[in-house]
Design a protein around this ligand. Sequence first.
Ligand code: ZN
Length: 113
Amino acid sequence: MKCYQCNNEVPAGYPQCPFCGAPQQQMGGQGINVNVYQAAPNYPPKSRMTYILLALFLGGLGIHNFYAGYSGKGIAQLLISCLTCGFGAIAVFIWVIIEMCTVDKDANGVPMT
Ligand SMILES: [Zn+2]
């Protein structure tokens, strides 16, 4: 393997060029794909239809967010609706409609099907 910077021969397994210190890309070695790796979820994908139906009928209470695992957002929507005696639910419902259109993954990044 040749250093891309100084073109000297770099022994395999060296993370850096011993001549100029440039970091070397290890073909097929560990380290490159670590950040791409995503652990498989240990539950089946959530249903986007269920998410949308919950949002439509119970969205003001944030139930769809609890379903998808976004419990922080769910609690916020629940509190806004309850603490304003329902007046805030109008604002929450606009928020919910935006979520219905834009959210297609659960809180762990697993796409809803
Ligand atoms: Zn070099």
